[in-house]
Ligand binder design. Structure first.
Ligand SMILES: *Cc1c(COP(=O)(O)O)cnc(C)c1O
Length: 398
């Protein structure tokens, strides 16, 4: 017997759960793209996007997923042959590095492994070694979705300032924006990337590159930027089509309008606090289960755990079995382990992830954890008792 017939729950780190209000806003006839309400709506949305990013800078909107944003952002700050430095804290840092290489950039990667946040001291060493000032940008991933490590951005900025290095700092917030606290201007990020399908609660297909005046000036110094990726007309359009270098992503825009309204009605601080408490509920459950069994959070120090995604190890083949069980028996789809495989587990079957970004509340997270506990019991995975109760206590205490 399967108990999966009911509303399915995709608990993976993107695409995230889409609110009904967002879906309903998208369910409509195609709008006029030459004049009228849509044009006004987009102009009004730009400041609301910047409020989520906590920036007074600029934003370019792309019809693209996150991989496209990686290319878009790099295309505006460096020319082939120029150098970037990547602070890699998981598979997504390496992914961005690969995009940089394929653009013909010289890429230096500072490898942090799978359990350590970006280290300002290692950045300092790399910047000091760059005597000719060849590094044009430092690339960091705020939350690496593969490892669920969250890195502090302000200390990286502080090192750049102390060393007096002119490189930009570019931060991938695709997993974290609208979930983990992020202050673009306050923490000194020059460029920041976010996509629609995670904390912003809209289907995949739209992305945002935020940039400040320093980054804008660096773009102006480039001899050539591709027509499609150039952020200048998108951020400073004279005609409506220039926002998107072509036809607007009409229905995504309607969805985003509602999503931004939801975020600002709740309030950024409240959104962050909700994600923080729900994340602590997850950690409490996992730590209780792990007290008497193989289940572990990937990130040991709570200070460096994301509030949007949680990577776990349970040992082969339990991760794959658990995902299969929760999907088939309970209608809950868990995320696969990504970039975590090793010699003992080449297919990464001992890993899985929870996505808890965006439109998630206490009953969803408690349901998710109850389902996982049922799966551990059904599969005979050894675990400590009382995981769900530990999570409930966190929720009860708020
Ligand atoms: C999801 C994600 C990406 C990639 O986004 P796609 O839409 O899958 O291309 C990049 N970086 C981070 C941190 C992400 O979470």
């Amino acid at each position: 017997m399967s108990l999966a017939h009911g509303r399915p729950y995709l608990a993976i780190p993107g695409p995230s759960v889409i609110p009904d209000a967002v879906l309903q806003a998208m369910h409509r006839a195609s709008p006029n793209i030459y004049e009228g309400a849509l044009i006004d709506m987009v102009a009004g949305m730009v400041p609301d996007l910047k409020r989520v990013a906590r920036t007074d800078g600029h934003v370019a909107i792309y019809i693209s997923n996150g991989h496209g944003l990686w290319e878009a952002a790099l295309s505006n700050v460096a020319a082939p042959g120029e150098k970037v430095l990547v602070m890699a804290t998981g598979a997504f840092g390496h992914g961005w590095a690969e995009v940089a290489e394929r653009l013909g950039l010289e890429v230096e990667v500072i490898e942090h492994g799978r359990q350590t946040p970006a280290d300002p001291e290692r950045l300092r060493d790399a910047l000091k070694a760059d005597r000719d000032g060849r590094i044009r940008a430092v690339l960091a991933v705020h939350v690496d979705t593969a490892t669920s490590i969250r890195s502090d951005v302000a200390p990286l900025r502080a090192v750049l300032d102390e060393v007096g290095h002119p490189a930009l700092i570019m931060v991938d917030c695709i997993a974290s924006l609208g979930c983990d606290m992020f202050e673009m201007d306050g923490w000194g990020a020059d460029v920041m990337l976010a996509a629609s399908q995670k904390g912003l609660m809209v289907p995949p297909g739209m992305g945002f590159v935020f940039f400040n005046d320093r980054a804008r000036a660096q773009r102006q110094g480039l001899a050539r930027v591709s027509y499609y990726w150039d952020w200048t007309p998108r951020a400073e359009p004279e005609l409506f089509y220039q926002y998107f270098a072509g036809t607007a992503p009409t229905h995504h825009l309607y969805g985003l309008r509602v999503a931004l309204d939801m975020i600002h009605a709740e309030g950024m601080e409240a959104v962050w606090a909700r994600h923080a408490t729900l994340a602590r509920a997850i950690w409490a459950a996992v730590e209780t289960w792990g007290a008497d069994g193989p289940l572990r959070l990937n990130v040991a120090d709570p200070a460096y755990r994301s509030h949007a995604v949680t990577a776990l190890r349970v040992g082969k083949p339990f991760g794959a079995q658990l995902r299969e069980w929760t999907d088939r028996q309970a209608g809950v789809t868990l995320g696969i382990g990504l970039g975590m495989s090793d010699e003992d587990d080449p297919l990464g079957q001992g890993f899985f992830r929870f996505g808890h970004m965006g439109h998630v509340n206490a009953h969803m997270i408690l349901g998710l954890l109850g389902t996982v506990e049922a799966g551990l019991l059904a599969l005979g995975v050894p675990h400590g008792e009382g995981g769900v109760a530990a999570a409930a206590r966190v929720v009860a205490e708020g």
